[in-house]
Design a protein around this ligand. Sequence first.
Ligand SMILES: Nc1ncnc2c1ncn2[C@@H]1O[C@H](COP(=O)(O)OP(=O)(O)OP(=O)(O)O)[C@@H](O)[C@H]1O
Ligand SMILES: [Mg+2]
Length: 253
Amino acid sequence: MPKVITIASQKGGVGKTTTASNLASGLALRGKQVVVVDLDPQGQVAITLGLSPEPGVFNLMVGGLLLNQVLRASGRPNLWLVPGDKRTGTAQIVLQAEGHSITQAVRESFIAPWNGQPDFVIFDTAPSVGGFQEAALAVADLVIIPAATDHLALFGVKGLVETLASLVKSGQWRGQALALPTFYDEVTRQSQLSLKSLITQLEQVHFPVLTPIHRATALREATAEGKAIFEYAPTSRAAQEYAALIWKVLEEV
Ligand SMILES: Nc1ncnc2c1ncn2[C@@H]1O[C@H](COP(=O)(O)OP(=O)(O)OP(=O)(O)O)[C@@H](O)[C@H]1O
Ligand SMILES: [Mg+2]
C-alpha cells in the first residue's frame, strides 16, 4: 500500500498546492514513485506541473473510468497526476446525494487499486472543511498543514487541528500531522510574531511545527511556469527549504 500524504488547510492561498507539487516532485527526484491527486475543484496542481486541469477525479469517482484511464504522466520520471477540475465539486455532490461514504470512495478510488506501486499518494485539497477534504485527512498517514505567517497563521490551522482531533476521537484516523509555516519573512515583525504564536499554541497540543518556508519570488515564478522549484531554481533557498521538508517526510513515514 502506498503511504498517503494529505496537504490541507481551511485557509486559501497558504501554499497547499505549492507544497503538494514540490513535495511530489522532490520525492520523485529521490527515486520514489509518486502519484498526486488533485481533490481541489480549482484544478491547480496540473498547472503547477505544466499540465492542464481535467475531470480526472470526476471521471474516476462517478464517471465509471478506471484509475489507469485518468492517470497522467507528468513528463518527469516517477511522477504521475490524477488531475481535477470544477467537476470534482460535482463528484462530491453526486457521491453525497447517493449516500456513499466519501472516505471509503476516496480510499477505493485512489489507494486500494495499487499493488506494490507507487510509494506515495499525495492529496492536494480545497481550502474548505468536510467532503473530500475531510476524507483525504481520514485516509492520510501524514497530514501537512501549511500556515502562512504573513497572516494570523494559527487561524487557518486551528480548525484543521480540531477536525483531526475529532477524527482521532471517533477512531477514524491514527496518522501524524505537521504544521508547515509558509510565506515566512523574518524581516517583518508580523511574520516573526505569527510564527512564534503558532509554535507556542501548537506546542500546547503537542503538535509539531516544521522549519518555515520563506516567502520567495522563485516559488511564485516556478508555479507560473509549470515547474517544480527543483527544476526552476534548484540552488535557491526555496529549493533547499523544500528539500529539507522532503527529508523530514522520508524520516516520518
Ligand atoms: N513561500 C512562498 N513564497 C512566495 N510565493 C508563494 C509561496 N508559496 C506559494 N506561493 C505562491 O502563492 C500563491 C498561492 O499558493 P498556492 O496556490 O500554493 O496556495 P493554496 O493554499 O494552494 O491556495 P488555494 O487555497 O487557493 O488552493 C501561488 O501563486 C504560489 O506560487
Ligand atoms: Mg491550492
